[in-house]
Design a protein around this ligand. Structure first.
Ligand code: ADP
Length: 523
């Protein structure tokens, strides 16, 4: 009688313990440990095992009591064997398999209780208790055991759900953290609640410094292209009856002042998040750095105006000279006609060259390289012919050709390489308005040849040097504003040199002239 009372008390204690585990402890391994411990003690057993089905459907041991660590491997193997025979539903075979499991732990274990942990009729796991004596269990005890197992199953299920939510949460946090776009979460009163790494980089603010701050303290704009979130909210954004939150995305485009004072152009998309009562709970902001895009747009605009200017000048000249020649009231001297015609021809050549350059540039954009007709090329001869041509066009500049003796030939495209040299020489003249010496130097070693064009002109700043090889870039000096040019010459030169497997560089100081040098491989 006493023993029975004691057993009932113990049952109650353990059921309580498991209920507590369900409500207070959500970490799965801890719950499993408690379940196996309570079961073993409740059945006065010596050892116990809890196995759970993993995502592949295999039962894996997750917690044990009274099982030495070195037995885990063998026990797991036996368990798989036991699960296989369990599906045959023959109690004799199953019992034999359970006894084999017991023997792996300890030869004295002679009785086993195996209780499935089921949720909605599906076995999520298995609880096994081993005993070193043979004792009976009344149908009542079995029922209590079963309800105990059901409780344990709920605890396991909750813990599994919790674990899955934690994993999902971590995955989501990792996605947000590592997103290339800036992502932040605001509360309904526009205070920052979360801030990812991309935003730290973009704004120069660190996460701990911004958490809790009002949005407008961190996001200060020097120029707003479009949108004003606060104003939009005063006008009723976001509408709580919007069916798709996508309909309610609000966009702001502006130049953001970073914490260090630098500027970055951003596009921000604000998306509202409503709670169950359709009240605004949070705003998710996606911030994209559009500085490059803006610069490209600006460059495109500058390009359009320079190209139109460059096209208009020769066309105006051609038209003017042609109209003069056509005048019927005047008879022009042949020499005059020759001179005017040659201006028309030169201007037409300039137009052709400009159009040719534009076409090549757009081809490079599409194909990423320049097509070459390679042959043995005498670059010294090309350089010397180019210099002769330019010599006739200027009186203020002196040219010097300085080529090392026995200058080697290279595999190259003569027309394209002439284009590079012409461009470097014409720049050297254009950007040395006060004249000076222009040197064309050729050096070589076993692997490569290097051609340098050295002038004594206006030079370039560090910042300008970074950009001179970009498409349509023109340094922002009064000189480049007053000289002809489209900002394509160096871009094309670089593409041509690189298509030859070479490279091009600039060295310069403002006011001290520039050296543009390109290197081509000798093989
Ligand atoms: P463009 O001469 O048509 O403007 P380029 O691509 O040849 O275009 O050159 C780009 C810019 O680089 C020029 O606008 C000029 O500001 C700068 N630059 C090129 N060559 C020189 C040079 N030798 N000295 C100083 N600045 C130069």
């Amino acid at each position: 009688m006493l023993a029975l009372l004691d057993f009932r008390l113990r049952q109650r204690d353990f059921l309580l313990e498991i209920s507590r585990a369900i409500t207070e402890r959500l970490e799965l391994n801890e719950v499993l440990k408690r379940v196996v411990h309570a079961s073993v003690v409740m059945l006065a057993g010596q050892s116990g095992v809890v196995a759970l089905r993993d995502s592949t459907g295999r039962f894996k041991i997750r917690a044990v009591k009274g099982v030495p660590q070195d037995k885990f491997g063998a026990l797991d193997e036996r368990m798989q064997a036991m699960i296989e025979v369990a599906s045959e539903r023959d109690p004799e075979i199953l019992n034999a398999a359970l006894r084999e499991m017991a023997a792996v732990i300890d030869a004295t274990l002679i009785q086993t209780f195996a209780i499935p942990l089921t949720i909605a009729g599906e076995a999520v796991g298995l609880l096994i208790v081993f005993r070193n004596f043979q004792g009976g269990a009344t149908p009542d005890d079995v029922q209590v055991l079963q309800s105990f197992a059901d409780q344990a199953a709920i605890a396991v299920h909750n813990a599994q759900l919790y674990e899955r939510i934690m994993v999902d949460r971590k995955q989501l946090a990792a996605v947000v953290q590592h997103s290339a776009d800036g992502v932040m979460i605001l509360d309904a009163s526009l205070r920052i609640m979360s801030f990812n790494r991309a935003l730290e980089r973009m704004t120069g603010w660190s996460t701990p410094d911004v958490i809790g701050l009002p949005l407008d303290e961190v996001f200060r704009f020097s120029h707003v292209e479009r949108g004003d979130l606060q104003e939009a909210m005063m006008r009723g954004w976001p509408r709580a009856d919007a069916t798709e939150s996508e309909d309610e995305v609000y966009t702001v485009e502006a130049d953001l002042v970073r914490r260090d004072g630098l500027s970055v152009s951003v596009g921000i998309r604000y998306a509202p998040l409503f709670n169950a009562d359709r009240k605004l709970a949070n705003i998710i902001a996606n911030v994209r750095d559009v500085t490059n895009f803006r610069q490209a747009q600006q460059m495109q605009n500058v390009f359009i105006s320079t190209v139109s200017h460059e096209l208009r000048t020769p066309v105006t000249l051609i038209k003017g000279y042609a109209a003069t020649l056509r005048r019927e009231d005047v008879t022009w001297e042949p020499e005059f006609v020759r001179e005017y015609s040659s201006v028309i021809e030169e201007e037409a050549d300039r137009l052709t060259e400009l159009i040719e350059n534009l076409l090549t540039a757009s081809r490079i954009q599409a194909e990423n390289t320049v097509k070459l007709n390679l042959a043995d090329t005498d670059i010294e001869a090309i350089a010397s012919r180019s210099v002769e041509r330019f010599r006739t066009q200027t009186t203020r500049h002196t040219f010097k050709l300085e080529f090392a003796p026995d200058f080697p030939f290279v595999q190259g495209d003569e027309t394209r390489l002439r284009q590079v040299l012409d461009n470097l020489l014409s720049n050297a003249i254009k950007y040395s308005p006060d004249g000076g010496t222009i040197r064309v130097r050729g050096t070589y070693n076993d692997a490569a040849i290097t051609i340098s064009v050295i002038d004594q002109g206006v030079g370039l700043s560090e910042q300008e040097m970074e950009h001179v090889f970009e498409r349509f870039y023109r340094a922002d000096s009064t000189l480049s504003r007053t000289t002809q040019g489209t900002g394509l010459g160096l871009y094309l030169s670089k593409a041509i040199v690189e298509a030859h497997g070479g490279s091009i560089h600039v060295e310069s100081n403002p006011g001290e002239g520039s050296t543009f040098a390109f290197t081509l491989p000798r093989t």
